[in-house]
Design a protein around this ligand. Sequence first.
Ligand SMILES: *Cc1c(COP(=O)(O)O)cnc(C)c1O
Length: 228
Amino acid sequence: MDLAANVEAIQQRLNAACDRAGRDPSSVELMAVSKGHPPEAITAVAETGIRLFGESKVQEAKVKIPQCLGNLHWQMIGHLQSNKAKDAVHLFELIQSVDSLGLAQELNKRAEQMAKTLPVLLEVNISGESSKFGYGPESVMAELDQLNALPRLELHGLMTIAPWSQDAERVRPFFRKLRELKERCEEKLGAPLPILSMGMSGDFEVAIEEGSTLVRVGTAIFGERTYS
Ligand SMILES: *Cc1c(COP(=O)(O)O)cnc(C)c1O
């Protein structure tokens, strides 16, 4: 597999989507989702210039991250249980998958113990599918002030996983809804939330057209995973 060619192709599609949306490509960050792939593949992708990597399991990240060379930036994108919060705060620069006040409080406590501030995104289940983790849109609004009051957490934005579809156009309304929810959150907080993390291998171009600032691409860069 020619990982550099994959990255190049994604970058071109990303640029074209920005063109269509009248956006500057530098306003969209490309994360390589490396779950299920070994350190050698990660190093090969890092050599193309990508510095931001996403992992979804604490156990896997704990083993892999120390084996990856270079100055890489790691974010947690998978469901996080409170009993893994301590490891997560240690391993990751940002947690994208905060989906309850209880988890946020635990992360806050662990960050405090490590004398850190922890940037986080709130994961939103924007489609309401029962198989997905994440806040319902109205619960985000309801808990926003309490989340924002946690002294060791910094709210940087929202993240969502759109429903899977053959036809990426069908997920456009979900991306639009997340953008609108972000705007409502900003109004309530009276402060900007810079990150809108949405779009994966199958739908990142539509996500960019709808305002994504961070796309999480796994399969289209690394190929198929050995687990899903
Ligand atoms: C696995 C995963 C991705 C990447 O999915 P691909 O379809 O392989 O690009 C993105 N975001 C999250 C939260 C994931 O778990």
